[in-house]
Ligand binder design. Structure first.
Ligand code: ARG
Length: 455
């Protein structure tokens, strides 16, 4: 036991079980070892370790790392966490120099350093996966760039859009997600090591050198803040929760699109599941799981925020509760990004069903109002005149575009001979030339932008 000096009783069995974190924080081992080697090198430079002692520590730690990599390391719950497991095994292997390693270091600054490094590495992986999903979306968007579908508000048919435009909306969301992760990474990439348990150390190691070796951009400026701070954990969790929101909304679109009622899209057999009872079923489980897992991602964020909010400075053991949510969110989002990219790549759109749905002339009711506006009718008036036309159409069971010129003119003489030209979808899409609208040129330009950017 590391603190046996002061204690006359061993830790109770239940306390060990209650307090151990090694069953999950072993995942920090590479960062823990990198941190320890940098720390030992600083001790060497400060003349506190001989070359031989440093070499023994470094190769001892590398040996332990190799064993963990190979699954040959035995973790002990009695040693509580990843830090004490590795340190005590090092001392077992190399003897005396191992016992010097923890000079001028506490587990408080050690765990903070490990967690910073973990977040940084995970952000880098997550960014790659965000880009992969963006690529899959861009490929699908390019494949169906001009395939028209109804766009929905209130889940009611609103105006025509294209599959390209719809899918590129998610590419924009994910770009903001990646941007947020980059920002979060920049802020967390500073080194807390050297903050000690709370108040630094009387043994002053070269903090800047340690930070540089570990790839940090600098060192933390307040030892108390550095020990107590979990902002970066919460920021990561928020970034991940928001990715979860975006994926959940995409999932919901795909659940709808792949239903018989919409019929716009077919997901591959490999990315759907059957029913144990109903032979006809093909269920969008990946979408549903993604939608469901967003709840977990929010829960992880909230659980850490609540755990931290009432803590007096600085370290309190409550902070150990940050790790499972943090690991879970990174792991959940990584898998979600990967499986969604794969599923999207294999998704097929049903062009006929899309064409049937978008041929609904009511989708162009707003375009009809714009037509009247171009003829000098104030928009509010135009809205009313089109509303009347819609009422006649719906009331007589006639499609809006099949009302005769006479019927239109009975409502208002502002409807002219060319009124039926409004109902050309080609024309309707071509007219929307402003940036951001689903015009074919805009879509092509944005596709080219993303293809270049994500190369
Ligand atoms: N396992 C601990 C954690 O994750 C490491 C720090 C322990 N520090 C302490 N003073 N008990 O927070």
């Amino acid at each position: 036991m590391m603190w046996s000096g002061r204690f006359s009783q061993p830790t109770a069995e239940l306390v060990l079980r209650y307090g151990e974190s090694v069953s999950y924080d072993w995942k920090l081992y590479k960062h823990d070892i990198a941190g320890s080697i940098a720390h030992a090198r600083a001790q060497l430079k400060a003349g506190m370790l001989t070359e031989e002692e440093f070499a023994a520590i470094e190769s001892g730690l590398r040996g332990i790392e190799a064993d963990i990599d190979a699954g040959k390391f035995t973790w002990s719950e009695k040693l509580e966490d990843v830090h004490m497991n590795i340190e005590s095994e090092l001392t077992r292997r190399i003897g005396a120099p191992g016992a010097k390693l923890h000079t001028a270091r506490s587990r408080n600054d050690q765990v903070a350093t490990d967690t910073h490094l973990y977040c940084r590495a995970q952000i880098d992986t997550t960014m790659e996966l965000v880009h992969d999903l963006q690529r899959a979306l861009v490929m699908k968007a390019a494949e169906y760039a001009e395939l028209r579908i109804p766009g929905y508000t209130h889940l009611q048919r609103a105006q025509p859009v294209t599959v390209g435009h719809h899918l590129l909306a998610y590419v924009e969301m994910l770009a903001r997600d990646a941007d947020r992760l980059t920002d979060c990474r920049r802020r967390l990439n500073i080194c807390p090591l050297g903050s000690g348990a709370i108040a630094g150390s009387t043994i002053n190691l070269d903090r800047a050198g340690i930070a540089a070796e570990l790839g940090f951009d600098g060192v933390t400026e307040n030892s108390m803040d550095a020990i107590a701070d979990r902002d970066y954990v919460m920021e990561c969790l928020f970034c991940l929760a928001l990715i979860g929101t975006h994926l959940s909304r995409l999932s919901e679109d795909l659940v709808l699109w792949s239903s018989a009622e919409f019929g716009f899209a077919t997901l591959s057999d490999a990315h759907t599941t059957g029913s144990s009872l109903m032979p006809q079923k093909k269920n969008p489980d990946v979408c549903e799981l993604t939608r469901g897992k967003s709840g977990r991602l929010y829960g992880n964020l909230v659980s850490v925020m609540v755990a931290v909010k009432g803590l007096p400075l600085t370290y309190n053991r409550d902070l150990q509760e940050d790790k499972e949510p943090l690991f879970d969110s990174f792991e959940t989002v990584s898998l979600a990004l990967r499986v969604n990219a794969e599923m999207l790549a294999a998704m097929k759109m049903n062009e006929q069903r899309c064409a049937d749905a978008v041929s609904d002339p009511l989708l162009l009711a707003t375009d009809l109002a714009d037509y009247l506006v171009r003829r000098g009718v104030p928009f509010r008036k135009a809205h009313e005149l089109v509303g009347k036309a819609v009422a006649v159409a719906v009331g007589s069971g006639t499609p809006l575009n099949k009302l005769t010129l006479e019927q239109f003119q009975e409502i208002s003489p502002e409807y002219a001979e060319d009124v039926h030209s409004v109902f050309s979808l080609d024309r309707a899409m071509a007219l929307r030339t402003n940036p951001g609208a689903p015009n074919p040129d805009n879509t092509a330009r944005r596709l080219a932008y993303w293809q270049e950017k994500l190369k």
